[in-house]
Design a protein around this ligand. Structure first.
Ligand code: BGC
Length: 564
């Protein structure tokens, strides 16, 4: 059974994270990612929507998170599940209306939850007005300068302008047709062909996005998650990469179209916009960079507030490797004074329950729960992806006919599916209640859901896990309660590593003053380990409290939180 032995001195933390107006709220915020298509379907059409989000906000409040990040809900043809935006100031009818967005923001604020929206500035949809006009007006149109249009190579311009490949597979260029029907210029799209890249050297693009920021800030959002934040500026002259090979989503390569120094001026100008508004509105960079030092450049004091730390997400379940990544992440952020962030799952990667399974789902869940306690014990801000609080696994047997991920359909030259062809498996609508699909995702038992859910998910629903001792949902709730109350948890710059047996991580966090210290121990091995109990166990990831005082036995693949 999961146990939380309340620490009376911890219950009197002066201010809880998420209190509106608390200075530096984002330094230790726990931020929950809602993927609107798959969170809750208010109108019963099988697709999640803003009414659904609004109705389920109390779940997020009860879970104990501080903020909600909403993946895109803007007007979009959905070529990449909304990351292809046709109108940055409009809501796609499948998600609702601007009135619904306003209601979500207001209700969230009433509950003490902040709202972060997704901003997609690297590219838009090929149905965006600028791009449609640029195409229709033909070569020479001034609107083409807002994108990367180029003549092709070869005698008839039949070859792409350079050798860049799309992250989703295939060439990063698509040839256009001139208004008179003849083959025309090519345009750049680092992702799907329906996602033309903006040319960020063009002042109109810069002005437009500052205006879009203000539009949403005026509506009351607390921040932006910035999609492909490292991609906006391309190396001058768009030089060849010089090698073939599929580039990875969340990769670490040095590339002429990612992490160019020129992106930072953009974020400095955005910071001034954010600072015009009260209440510490934040920018969070989704920046895949070669090193954590490069990531830190996005969160210098006059740039953005946070950047995702994919190096942690990418680390395997191994004590040494995890410790290395944790130290490296903290060391990289310290000089710039930004909080480190931690994330284990999102809408682009295989859920961590499955990543850690090594073929054994029970082991995967055990490790996932331990990894969550590890993450929530670290200094900084943590991101949760919807459904991880239910211990949901990746759905690996979706029928091809149900899939929507463009990466799945952009087959590579050798006929294999694109390397990110599995992203639908983490996007299956989450189960809320009941015994029949869609398990409360929609209003009606037997109603539709845009991706089919496994039958086993009935037992994983919010309803099924609420109040069930030892459930993953209750573990998350307890962990977030302790994290909020314990004076040694939350913001900070470092951890103090303690001596531990091979394969075990042990670190201390100091509360300062008279407050109780905190220790986290993680056994990443497949064997029980004997440990000297560092204090009183507060929370155990698998619910089994190690035996007795003094020496205890910590079960395989578990984490324990200790009050010291
Ligand atoms: C988003 C993906 C999206 C891509 C293109 C990413 O990093 O998280 O879901 O496909 O950007 O917008």
């Amino acid at each position: 059974m999961t146990q939380y032995l309340a620490d009376p001195s911890a219950a009197t933390a002066p201010e809880s994270p998420g209190t509106p107006g608390r200075p530096g709220w984002w330094r230790d915020a726990v931020i929950y990612q809602v993927y609107p298509r798959s969170f809750a379907d208010g109108n019963g059409d099988g697709m999640g929507d803003l009414q659904g989000v609004r109705a389920r906000l109390p779940h997020l409040k009860a879970l104990g998170v501080d903020a909600v990040w909403l993946s895109p809900f803007y007007a979009s043809p959905q070529a990449d599940a909304g990351y292809d935006v046709a109108d940055y100031r409009a809501i796609d009818p499948m998600f609702g209306t601007l009135h619904d967005a306003d209601a979500v923001i207001r209700d969230a604020h009433e509950l003490g939850l902040r709202i972060i929206v997704d901003l997609v500035p690297n590219h838009c949809s090929d149905q965006h007005l600028w791009f449609r006009k640029a195409l229709a007006e033909g070569p020479g149109s001034p609107l083409r300068a807002r994108f990367h249009f180029r003549p092709g190579q070869g005698p008839d311009g039949e070859l792409p302008p350079n050798d860049w490949e799309s992250i989703f597979g295939g060439p990063a260029w698509t040839r256009t047709e001139n208004p008179d029907g003849t083959p025309g210029e090519w345009y750049l799209h680092l992702f799907a062909a329906e996602q033309p890249d903006f040319n960020w050297d063009h002042p109109a693009v810069r002005d437009e996005f500052r205006s879009v920021l203000r539009f949403w800030l005026d509506l009351g959002v607390d921040g932006f998650r910035i999609d492909v934040a490292h991609g906006l500026v391309k190396a001058a002259g768009l030089p060849d990469l010089g090698r073939a090979g599929q580039l990875k989503l969340l990769g670490n390569d040095v590339l002429p179209f990612f992490d160019q120094d020129g992106v930072h001026a953009i974020y400095r100008s955005w910071r001034t916009v954010l600072e015009e508004y009260p209440g510490e509105r934040i920018g969070v960079a989704e920046a895949w960079t070669p090193t954590t030092e490069r990531t830190a450049r996005y969160v210098r004091p006059d740039e953005l507030h946070q950047a995702f730390n994919f190096h942690f997400l990418g680390a395997e379940w191994d004590a040494e490797r995890l410790r290395e990544v944790i130290d490296d992440s903290l060391d990289a952020m310290r000089p710039v004074g930004a909080p480190t962030t931690w994330v284990l799952s999102n809408h682009d990667v295989v859920r961590h329950t499955t990543r850690y399974a090594d073929g054994d789902p029970a082991r995967g869940l055990r490790r996932a729960r331990a990894a969550t306690l590890l993450m929530l014990a670290l200094p900084g801000s943590a991101y949760l992806y919807q459904g991880e609080e239910l211990g949901l696994p990746e759905v690996t047997d979706l029928p091809d006919g149900a899939r929507q991920d463009p990466a799945f359909f952009r087959t590579s030259a050798d006929g294999q599916t694109g390397q990110d062809g599995l992203r639908d498996g983490c996007r299956v609508p989450i189960p809320w209640a009941g015994t029949e699909a869609p398990y409360g995702f929609g209003p009606r038992a037997g109603g539709p859901s845009w991706l089919p859910q496994p039958e086993s998910w009935a037992g994983l629903s919010v309803e099924a896990q609420t109040g069930r001792p030892g459930s993953t949902l209750e573990l998350y709730r307890e962990a977030l309660t302790v994290r909020r109350a314990h004076p040694a948890l939350g913001a900070g710059e470092s951890v103090e590593w303690l001596a531990a047996p091979d394969g075990v991580l042990a670190f201390r966090r100091r509360a300062g003053g008279d407050g109780p210290d905190f220790v986290c121990t993680v056994n990443t091995t497949g064997e029980p380990v004997a440990l000297a109990a560092p204090g009183r166990a507060l929370l155990v990831s698998d619910g089994e409290l190690p035996r007795g005082e003094g020496e205890v036995t910590q079960a395989p693949d578990t984490a324990v939180w200790w009050a010291v």
